[in-house]
Design a protein around this ligand. Structure first.
Ligand SMILES: [Zn+2]
Length: 108
C-alpha cells in the first residue's frame, strides 16, 4: 500500500464508471475481478438469520438520496461496515460521503 488512499471521500468519475461496469457483470465474474474483496463469513455469523451471507464484496455504485450525486460504496468499506461495525448484511448505501458528514455534524 502506498500513495494516496481514497477513504470514503467523493468518488471520481472513473471510479463510478468502473463500479457501474463491474456491477453489470455476472456474479461469477465479479467474484474473480481484482477489485473484489473476499468476505470473512465467520465475522458475519451474527446476522445469519436467513442463511444468506455474501462470499465477497464488490464496489457498489449508488445515487445519494439527499443531493442526487453519484458515488461508489467501496468493497473495502463494505467489509469494514459489515465485519467490524457489524452492520446488517442487507444494509445498502443511501447518502454520499458529504451528506452523511453533514448529518453527522448536525448541519442537516
Ligand atoms: Zn449527497
Amino acid at each position: 500500500m502506498s500513495g494516496k488512499q481514497a477513504r470514503g471521500y467523493s468518488s471520481t468519475p472513473a471510479e463510478i464508471a468502473d463500479a457501474k461496469r463491474i456491477a453489470a457483470l455476472p456474479t461469477e465474474m465479479q467474484k474473480l475481478h481484482p477489485s473484489a474483496v473476499p468476505a470473512d463469513q465467520s465475522q458475519l455469523a451474527h446476522v445469519n438469520t436467513y442463511g444468506f451471507l455474501p462470499g465477497f464484496y464488490i464496489d457498489i455504485p449508488f445515487v445519494c438520496r439527499d443531493c442526487g450525486k453519484e458515488e461508489v460504496w467501496k468493497a473495502k468499506s463494505q467489509k469494514w461496515y459489515f465485519e467490524v461495525h457489524k452492520a446488517h448484511v442487507d444494509s445498502r448505501p443511501v447518502r454520499c460521503y458529504d451528506c452523511r458528514k453533514l448529518r453527522r455534524d448536525g448541519l442537516r
